[in-house]
Design a protein around this ligand. Structure first.
Ligand code: SF4
Length: 376
């Protein structure tokens, strides 16, 4: 009997998602780990995902580039887009919908009526609020009117991407269209926000799956972000952190420090003031993909209002614990002249350097480039 059930599940999973049951269970375990759920949650997630009934999702687009949808669909993980499109019933999505014009709007209204109080509203893009919201219209309605209409009977509202979460790029000064995030535009605080430019597809999927599995949304921070994804600073889990602690920084794009994978703080990395799980979960494929800092670009702080798109890339991030000294030398500069190692350490100490980092500086100043690298 058990064998029969297992065979049925295997057949269902293979037929529906196009993957073997073993891979499907691995995927559920990865989602459970992403959300920091305890042992056994993967089985609950598997049961919820394989339910025949799929929740209706209405997905709106406003002021944005569709990068959030693209990121979700272009993910390198071979099953992600198939899984998300099979887990949910995507009843309205302006980019992916085969229907257009009146037919598309009629499908949205029918899905909302049929699933009143049960559908999930996903919003991508900022909402212009100035001059009655006339700067973005879909099907004759302003973004503001459309979102209000869809939000009224939604079971949950999820703002996907920085634009929908807090205004993102369209809201940067002087913000001529009065762009705002969903919460601000609707005057509501019960919006789940998944900021990022783009947000990680697994964070979107994990949030939806949490709702499916447990009938409630995951724990959120004061900005509506799921804590499992936005509970830690990027700086805490960054692969370049050891270089930061040791005082090894890239000072120019393409310089020796940059080529060696040193810390990008002095190139304007906002990792020390940005909460997100990018370094842990990575993009393109969980565990084996890449992320901006991993490829040599400083974090721009896209998940943080007031930092992403607002703070210039050259501006240094505010450090929560310590600020490295401005006195670190360029790696390629000739060192060891004009100051003793002890004097340099004293200057560095006055500048506020941490004791350990000061010692590293003193040590470095006493070395030639040749002795550090074994090369000229
Ligand atoms: Fe990583 Fe940026 Fe922190 Fe350096 S400053 S350790 S590159 S997050």
């Amino acid at each position: 009997m058990l064998d029969d059930c297992q065979t049925t599940l295997e057949t269902d999973v293979e037929a529906r998602f196009g993957i073997q049951r073993r891979d499907f269970m691995k995927f559920c375990a990865a989602l459970a780990a992403t959300m920091g759920l305890p042992k056994g949650a993967d089985a609950q997630i598997a049961a919820a995902i394989t339910k025949k009934e799929r929740p209706s999702v209405i997905w709106l687009h406003h002021q944005e580039c569709t990068g959030c949808s693209e990121s979700l669909l272009r993910s390198e993980h071979p099953t992600l887009e198939k899984l998300i499109l099979d887990i949910i019933s995507l009843d309205y999505h302006e980019t992916l919908f085969a229907a257009a014009g009146h037919q598309a709007e009629a499908a949205r209204l029918a899905a909302m009526e049929k699933n009143k109080g049960k559908y999930i509203l996903v919003v991508e893009g900022a909402i212009p609020t100035k001059d009655g919201g006339i700067y973005c219209k879909i099907g004759g309605q302003t973004s503001l009117e459309l979102t209000r209409q869809c939000a009224e009977h939604a079971a949950a509202i999820v703002a996907v991407g920085s634009c929908a979460s807090w205004g993102g790029m369209p809201s940067t000064p002087p913000n001529p269209t009065g762009s705002a995030g969903v919460g601000e535009a609707l005057g509501r605080k019960d919006i789940v926000t998944i900021p990022g430019c783009p947000p990680n597809p697994y964070n979107i999927l994990a949030t939806v799956v949490h709702f499916l599995t447990f009938g409630k949304l995951p724990a959120l921070d004061d900005k509506g972000r799921p804590l499992f994804a936005y509970g830690r600073l990027i700086h805490e889990n960054c692969e370049r952190r050891a270089h930061f602690d040791a005082g090894r920084f890239a000072l120019d794009f393409g310089d020796e420090g940059h080529r060696k994978g040193y810390c990008l703080y002095k190139l304007g990395c906002k990792g020390p003031e940005t909460y997100a799980n990018c370094p842990s979960i990575l993009f393109n494929d969980v565990g084996t993909g890449s992320w901006p800092v991993g490829t040599g670009h400083p974090c721009i702080g896209c998940t943080e209002k007031g930092i992403g798109f607002a703070k210039p890339i050259h501006a240094l991030a505010e450090l929560q614990n310590q600020r490295p000294p401005a006195g670190y030398p360029r790696i390629s500069e000739e060192q060891g002249t004009g100051a003793t190692a002890g004097a340099a350490a004293l200057v560095a100490g006055i500048a506020g350097v941490a004791v350990g980092a000061g010692a590293v500086l003193a040590k470095n100043l006493g070395k030639s480039e040749k002795s550090e690298d074994g090369q000229e």
